[in-house]
Design a protein around this ligand. Structure first.
Ligand SMILES: [Cu+2]
Length: 161
């Protein structure tokens, strides 16, 4: 009986921390100690970042910078800034995952979602996202608003061992 209760509470809290569309952005209400390991790292409290990377997003469908280099284990505080007139988002992932996700967004343009590895930023606003790159390799960030990724709105994160 007790075990079931604990499981239910855990499921409920995981749902609110990593669920879809409930949080204004990733840094709020996330229990980082429970952050899941993904193929491209894990969510981290932006307060623990020693480095802030500002990423401008433009209606020319570009990120500036379009490439960054980090050390494995490093926690980065990303501050995506929307310099354009339309919605943009910064979604971290592997190239495979971003491509799949972009396809999904095309089929369901109204799809709302919010997870610690993504920040949706309205025109003129800025977001915040903390991420720890726990694996060496090449990862990416893309804007998955339909059409943007295909237009080249993509950046690369090189994680050195
Ligand atoms: Cu965009």
């Amino acid at each position: 009986m007790k075990i079931w209760l604990v499981a239910a509470v855990l499921a409920a809290s995981a749902g609110s921390a990593f669920g879809h569309g409930e949080k204004p952005h990733a840094s709020k209400g996330v229990d980082y100690s429970k952050a899941e390991q993904t193929p491209f790292g894990r969510a981290a409290d932006p307060k623990n970042a020693k480095r802030t990377v500002r990423v401008d997003m433009t209606d020319q469908m570009r990120f500036h910078p379009a490439a960054i280099t980090v050390k494995r284990g490093e926690v980065v505080r990303f501050v995506p800034v929307n310099k354009g007139q339309v919605m943009h988002e910064m979604v971290l992932g592997t190239m495979d995952e971003l491509k799949k996700h972009a396809e999904l967004m095309k089929k369901h343009p109204g799809m709302e979602h919010d997870e610690p590895h993504m920040a949706h930023v309205a025109p003129g606003k800025q977001g915040e996202m903390g991420w720890q790159f726990t694996k060496a390799g090449e990862f990416f960030y893309g804007c998955l608003i339909p059409g943007h990724f295909e237009a080249g709105m993509i950046g690369k994160v090189t994680v050195n061992p």
